[in-house]
Design a protein around this ligand. Structure first.
Ligand SMILES: [Zn+2]
Length: 124
């Protein structure tokens, strides 16, 4: 019997669904206090991501060092510094910094030109 070959696009859409499921389960495990199982789920999701060349989901953060799913308030500390978001994993202590300059600039523009943004809002 010949194994049916699926296209890369099909593989990616299946991968997306499976990664979502795995990362949701990883968050549930964090909430219930089983970090090890959470790490296992994130590792599996990452393996799917690498095999199918699909980026990891942006809206579900995980620790790059110990692979635990990060849930602010439970195993992750989020702080705002001058121009970046600092996320610290509380199970291994790894720190990840992400800039938020774009949002800051957007805020400044909104404050400066309130009329402009109103007009844009009406158009949309
Ligand atoms: Zn960690």
């Amino acid at each position: 019997m010949v194994k049916k070959r699926i296209s890369n696009r099909e593989a990616r859409s299946i991968a997306q669904v499976r990664m979502e499921r795995l990362l949701d389960l990883a968050l549930v495990e964090v909430r219930e206090g089983c970090i090890e199982r959470s790490r296992r789920y994130v590792t599996l999701a990452r393996r799917i991501s690498m095999r199918t060349n699909t980026p990891m989901l942006k809206d579900r953060p995980y620790c790059r060092e110990c692979m635990a799913a990060l849930l602010p308030g439970i195993n992750c500390q989020v702080r705002l510094r001058s121009d970046r978001v600092v996320m610290r994993c509380l199970s291994c202590g790894a720190v990840r910094r992400a800039p938020y300059l774009k949002e800051k600039r957007g805020e400044r523009d909104e404050q400066g030109k309130e009329e402009g943004t109103d007009r844009q809002g009406q158009r949309a």
